[in-house]
Design a protein around this ligand. Structure first.
Ligand code: ZN
Length: 214
């Protein structure tokens, strides 16, 4: 907690961002803001400013396009992220990856813990690491706690692709990039992904590139 004076620099930073054009510029890997972790949100932004900031995150995520965006990715060190996945994928991919539609959600102060021991490994990418994808073995199911943008408690179990999205975005808020958790030998350019690794699972890639799957 703190007075509004303590929060002035952060508030000014957000106001400055919102004075500019949308979509916002997405910060790329190498910028310390992606590595410094975030302040829990405790009212630093007035409700109207928070609403405008969340809307800017949504516009920026959709324009990218991406399925999630965390505040540090637009240069703001606050524990806030948005997710949304229309999941326009073939049936086989939907079944194998559990990539079901995820409605738009605002995650305020999210934290996750695994449910069970099962892990799922698939290629994923990040708007802050453009041009590349890599395989990450993540918890297949997680319990996510936190709040929504109105301060209502959030306590929900996610599975399938939405579980991957909430882990990826929550990690951003802790200064963690997906590459920190990835199989280094799986690193593939978008071109290689399109030409070689479009299969529903990364099994062929694991054999050809020489990395382990759980
Ligand atoms: Zn990311």
């Amino acid at each position: 907690m703190g007075t509004s004076d303590d929060h002035a620099p952060l508030t000014e930073r957000v106001e400055q961002l919102l004075d500019g054009c949308l979509p916002l510029t997405i910060v790329a890997a190498g910028d310390p803001v992606l590595r410094q972790g975030t302040e829990p949100y405790d009212g630093q932004l007035e409700p109207a400013l928070l609403a405008r900031f969340v809307e800017a995150l949504r516009v920026t995520m959709r324009a990218a396009p991406g399925v999630g965006l965390a505040a540090p990715q637009v240069g703001v060190g606050l524990r806030i992220a948005v997710i949304e996945d229309p999941a326009p994928v073939p049936e086989e991919v939907r079944l194998t990856r559990g990539r079901v539609p995820q409605p738009f959600r605002v995650l305020v102060n999210p934290a996750y813990e695994p449910v069970g021991e099962s892990r799922a490994a698939f290629f994923e990418g990040c708007l802050s690491v453009p041009g590349w994808q890599a395989v990450v073995a993540r918890h297949a199911e997680v319990r996510l706690t936190g709040q929504d943008e109105r301060g209502q408690a959030l306590d929900e179990v996610f599975e399938g692709w939405p579980a991957r999205i909430v882990q990826h975005e929550t990690d951003h808020l802790d200064g963690v990039l997906y590459l920190d958790r990835a199989e280094p030998r799986s690193l593939s350019s978008n071109l290689a992904m399109a030409e070689r690794w479009a299969q529903p699972t990364p099994e062929e890639a694991a054999r050809a590139l020489g990395f382990e799957l759980p």
